[in-house]
Each structure stands twice: as structure tokens, then as C-alpha cells.
Design a binder for this molecule. Structure first.
Ligand code: BG6
Length: 513
């Protein structure tokens, strides 16, 4: 008997993680993110049978192109960027459900055409379709898109029901506190908070989710997770790439806006928050907001300064000489944009008082590596008086976010032999060794979660505002200073001297990840 042909979108679907019939609309269909991440993510969800049986994708953009051309663009993106080897059978099914609507983002008639197309799909399928709008455009058109989603009635489809319209907003979510508040106001004129999914792709990374599992599914960490046992925490998000072809965006952004305000703050919030009462979206986000609220305002100059910023100079990466930031294409020769930022944060609550949290991120650093390193207090060394006290290492638990995903713990062990001598050793858990290396991309998880209506791994409005509240004064101070106080570092190094000084003031130093 012939093997039953299962619906390619359905096999493997867990009944608890099933999305209703859905149309995903991508605004910014010709953008880089759409090609590199969004279309491949949707393809991989199809490949793994995680899309609803009745699924449609509509690209929306200014350029007038027929459906067939958008299908070809999507096919090329999948071929180049898909995590899995594309299967002609899966793509054929997805391709016939991939459409395109052209129009201006400020053109109400274009949104009416989009609405008519969705209504047509719904009529053909004979059942209601949830609309998930993915806003992946430059932020200058966020507001007209939102207004037109409201005016055309698309935002209000199936309001209050499980399959109500939803909107994913890409970063940058504002450029300071005032613009983030303004964007939140635009959003809430049209959508209820439960319909809004502010994305931070770091939350979709497997290892970032694993941080929550490690903290709350094991009983050995939580009793130690406080000021009595932890000396300090270091969060590093280092990139080896430079600004590449993105100077147009990056010159307006810089590292604090691009990485610190969102990605590293999120890593801090997940590391430092209290255990939530459940893993639902509101409980987790309540705890993140609470811990962000406990962070003290940063001191911006003087001997106690909590911030450092720098720009990469020329240097060597991967054995090759590379340009300094000011020599990069489309960068102003007098640019004060920081390509590296580091912060020293104090969390003034019961759990963390007196435990510094250090954050750093930068481009053109020695290696691409992201990690959260939790440094425990040293054990009293007197029992091993024969050994040199200084070589007793502080225990460090490090969550390796990427690459080489895993978890390591530095312990002191006895060196075999007749004397009692100690040496730091590392216990290592590697994802790839235990689970294989083909883990889902962050965008796969996040697009699926939004389709299902699970906002746990998305950022709530008050959360983003709180994070901007901490970062905005730093940005204003740096803007007023211009290049004064802007440090530099050789490309390929681990950052500037000023970042070392932030830790040295407390007798700490950055660990080499
Ligand atoms: C993006 C930033 O949010 O994150 C980029 O805009 C950065 O500048 C990227 O390169 C890093 O993401 P990942 O997943 O490669 O660590």
C-alpha cells in the first residue's frame, strides 16, 4: 500500500503549538532581513510541518512586481539562506501560497487592495484567516503603516478572538525614550498590547531560552543566584564583522542603540529577574520590567563613570589588515558614532545589591562570541595553604550564547600527585555534541510564537521604555560630547582601555570568552 502522504505543513505539529489558519504579510518585502531571515524562517517552518495547513504569505512593497517574480525572489532567498536543504515538494506548496501586493506605505488604497486580497484568500479557503503583519521596513514608515492598518480595518479583524490580527515590529524600536514612547502611542491607537509583538531576535536564540531552563528547571543554581554567592556578572556580545554596507543605518544608530539597549539588556533581564509565577507572557515580562526598574541611573562622567564608548581603528582580523571605522564606506570622517559600548550597572534590589553587572558589545572585536558569565565569590583558601592562594580560580558559570552554544563551569580540581596542588578545570556542555548542530533559527521560533499568539519571547511596551529610560541620558550625553571622550581600539582587539577601567575600579577584569 502506498505510504500515506501527510500534509507537508502539518506533520510533526504539536497540538499545543498549533497556529490557526494564517496569512503572514511582510512589509518591506524586498529588504535584506526578509531575504536573509524571514522567508527562510517561514520555509523552515513549512519544512518541519509547523505551519498551519491553511497558510499564505503576502509580500508587500513599493515596487510593482507580479506574484511570480516575488515567488522567484523567495525561492532564491531560500536557496541561499535556508537552514535546511530546500525540498522541491515543500517549496512547491509554499510557492503557490506566496503572493505579492504593491503600493506605498502611506497609500490607504494599497491597504484596501491588500485587504481585498486577504478576503479573496479567505473566501477560497472557506474559513477565517488570522492576519500577522510583519513590519520589517525602515522606522520612518512604521507610523504610516500602522495608521493604514487601522484605517483599512485590517488591524481590527477578529478583534478579541484568538485569531485577531497581530503585528510584529522589527527593531529599531525608537531611537531614544521620546521616540519609543511616540511609537508605542501610534501602536496603541490601532492595536491592543496583546496584538503587538516587538521583536528582539536574541530572545529567539535557543541558548537564550535555555538560560531560563537552566535557571528554573535545575535546583542547584537558584539558591546561589544572589549577592551572597555571586561576585559579578559579565555579559559580552562581541562581533568580528564591522559596519559592512550598513553605514547609512549605523551612523544614526551606534552600538548602544543597535545592541546594548535591546539585546544585552534583554540578556541581563533574563539573568537577573526573579522566578516568574508561570512562563506565560505577562508573568515573564512583569519580572523583566521589575528588574529593569531596579537598575540605577548610570553615572556619565567623573571618577565613577559607568559607561565607556569607542570606535574601531585599523587593525588585523583573521590575519588580514582591516580599515578603521572612519575609513569605511559612507562613514563621515568626523563621525562620533560608537562601534563599542560598555556599561557597569547596579541593580538596587534585595537579590543583587552590590553585585555589578557589566555589559559590553562591539564590532571588529577579536572573535564573534556572545556569553553571559556569572562569576561566583571565591572559596576561602586556607584549607589549601600549601598551594598558592592566587591560583584558586573563582567559579564561573558561562552561558555560551553563540557560537559553540553551551554551558561551562570553571571549578578548582586537585592535580593528581602526592602534593595537594590545585588547577582550574572546565566542565563543558556543548549543544552540538548532545543534540546535534541543526538548531532552529531565532526567527523560526519567533514567527511561530507570534502566529500562535505567545508573546513570552517578545518585548512589552513598558519594558522597551524602561530600557530606553536607562540608555537615553547616555546617548544625550555622548551626543553633546561629540568626539570628546570617545576612545578607540585596534580592530581585532577585545575593546578599548576605558572598558577595562570600568571593571578595574572594582578589582575585576573582563574574562576572555
Ligand atoms: C542586529 C544588529 O540586531 O544584531 C546588527 O542590528 C548585529 O548590527 C546583529 O550584527 C547581530 O545578531 P547575531 O544574531 O548575528 O548575533
Amino acid at each position: 500500500m502506498a505510504e500515506e502522504v501527510r500534509h507537508p505543513f502539518l506533520h510533526g505539529l504539536s497540538k499545543h503549538r498549533g497556529a490557526p489558519p494564517t496569512v503572514v504579510v511582510i512589509f518591506g518585502a524586498s529588504g535584506d532581513l526578509t531575504a536573509r531571515k524571514l522567508i527562510p524562517a517561514i520555509y523552515n517552518l513549512a519544512h518541519d510541518g509547523l505551519l498551519p495547513a491553511d497558510f499564505h504569505l503576502i509580500g508587500f512593497g513599493r515596487k510593482a512586481i507580479p506574484d511570480a517574480e516575488f515567488q522567484q525572489i523567495a525561492a532564491a532567498a531560500i536557496k541561499e539562506f535556508s537552514r535546511r536543504e530546500p525540498s522541491p515538494e515543500v517549496w512547491a506548496r509554499l510557492a503557490e501560497r506566496t503572493l505579492y501586493v504593491s503600493g506605498g506605505y502611506d497609500e490607504k488604497a494599497a491597504f484596501d487592495r491588500l485587504g481585498a486580497r486577504i478576503a479573496g484568500l479567505e473566501k477560497d479557503s472557506g474559513q477565517p484567516l488570522q492576519s500577522l503583519f510583519y513590519v520589517s521596513t525602515p522606522p520612518s514608515v512604521f507610523a504610516p503603516i500602522l495608521q493604514n492598518l487601522g484605517a483599512s480595518g485590517l488591524a481590527a479583524r477578529y478583534a478579541g478572538q484568538l485569531n485577531q490580527s497581530k503585528v510584529i515590529i522589527e527593531k529599531p524600536f525608537g531611537k531614544d525614550l521620546a521616540s519609543a514612547q511616540a511609537l508605542n502611542r501610534e501602536l496603541t491607537k490601532v492595536f491592543a498590547e496583546a496584538q503587538v509583538y516587538r521583536i528582539d531576535h536574541y530572545l529567539g536564540k535557543e541558548t537564550v531560552q535555555d538560560l531560563l531552563v537552566q535557571r528554573f528547571a535545575n535546583s542547584i543554581f537558584e539558591p546561589l543566584w544572589n549577592r551572597n554567592f555571586i561576585d559579578h556578572v559579565q555579559i559580552t556580545v562581541a562581533e568580528q564583522v564591522g559596519v559592512e554596507a550598513r553605514a547609512g543605518y549605523y551612523e544614526q544608530s551606534g552600538c548602544l542603540r543597535d545592541m546594548i539597549q535591546n539585546h544585552t539588556m534583554q540578556l541581563l533581564a533574563l539573568t537577573a529577574m526573579e522566578p516568574p509565577v508561570s512562563m506565560d507572557a505577562e508573568s515573564v515580562r512583569d519580572e523583566k520590567v521589575k528588574v529593569l526598574k531596579a537598575i540605577q541611573p548610570l553615572r556619565l562622567d567623573g571618577a565613577d563613570c559607568d559607561v565607556a564608548r569607542a570606535q574601531y581603528a585599523e587593525g588585523v582580523i583573521g590575519g588580514k589588515p582591516v580599515k578603521g571605522y572612519l575609513q569605511e564606506l559612507d562613514v563621515s570622517p568626523t563621525s562620533a558614532t560608537e562601534t563599542f559600548a560598555a556599561l557597569r550597572l547596579s541593580i538596587n534590589n534585595w537579590r543583587w545589591q552590590g553585585v555589578p553587572f557589566y555589559l559590553r558589545s562591539g564590532k571588529h572585536l577579536a572573535r564573534r562570541v556572545s556569553e553571559i558569565a556569572v562569576r561566583f565569590k571565591r572559596a576561602p583558601g586556607s584549607l589549601f595553604a600549601d598551594s598558592d592562594r592566587s591560583i584558586l580560580a573563582a567559579n564561573t558559570l558561562a552561558f555560551q550564547i553563540q557560537p559553540d552554544e553551551g554551558l561551562s563551569l570553571v571549578l578548582n580540581a586537585k592535580i593528581p600527585g602526592l602534593e595537594t596542588r590545585t588547577q582550574p578545570v572546565k566542565m563543558n556542555f556543548k549543544y552540538a555534541t548532545t543534540f546535534g548542530s541543526n538548531t532552529p533559527e531565532a526567527y523560526e521560533r519567533l514567527v511561530l510564537d507570534a502566529m500562535i499568539g505567545d508573546g513570552t519571547l517578545f518585548i512589552r511596551g513598558d519594558e522597551t521604555e524602561r530600557s530606553w529610560q536607562l540608555c537615553s541620558p547616555v546617548l544625550a550625553h555622548w551626543a553633546a560630547q561629540g568626539r570628546t571622550g570617545l576612545d578607540s581600539y585596534a580592530s581585532g582587539a577585545w575593546g578599548p582601555k576605558s572598558a577595562e577601567a570600568l571593571l578595574a575600579a572594582n578589582g575585576h577584569s573582563w574574562r576572555e570568552p
